[in-house]
Design a protein around this ligand. Structure first.
Ligand code: 5GP
Ligand code: ZN
Length: 115
């Protein structure tokens, strides 16, 4: 595995504002928030991007990750206003950290399509 900043956050080696943990996932505040609520939801084990979560293990991991993100959104009071879940994959999408993460964004009206 490459030296990975989100693996180090998952291991507690780099501090982060943790919102919630589950058996194999965690949610923490983005360092550079782009919305009033901006949380990153990651698997604690290293997976580079959504396309790398393959097979039946990947299928169940992605399912759990989405459910976990929805629980976090509920915890943070986002259900009434709604929210956006985004996962960037590769350079065209602007992925800057090669550890699968969902951006959970909420608390303001958002435009579509993204830039
Ligand atoms: P990406 O650009 O890969 O979709 O998203 C990476 C996100 O990770 C960015 O929104 C960035 O602000 C966030 N980020 C990068 N390094 C750190 C860090 O050390 N701590 C936290 N909490 N967020 C980070
Ligand atoms: Zn990692």
């Amino acid at each position: 595995m490459p030296d990975c900043i989100f693996c180090r956050i998952a291991a507690g080696e780099i501090p982060a504002t943790v919102v919630r943990r589950s058996g194999d996932a965690m949610a923490f505040r983005d360092l550079d928030p782009r919305a009033p609520t901006h949380v990153l939801v990651i698997p604690t084990a290293h997976v580079a991007a959504v396309r790398d979560a393959t097979g039946s293990d990947g299928e169940s991991l992605l399912g759990r990750l989405l459910q976990f993100a929805a629980e976090v959104a509920t915890d943070l009071g986002l259900d009434a206003g709604g929210y956006r879940l985004v996962t960037n994959t590769g350079p065209d999408a602007g992925q800057s950290v090669a550890h699968l993460h969902l951006h959970l964004l909420g608390g303001r009206r958002m435009s579509w399509p993204p830039g």
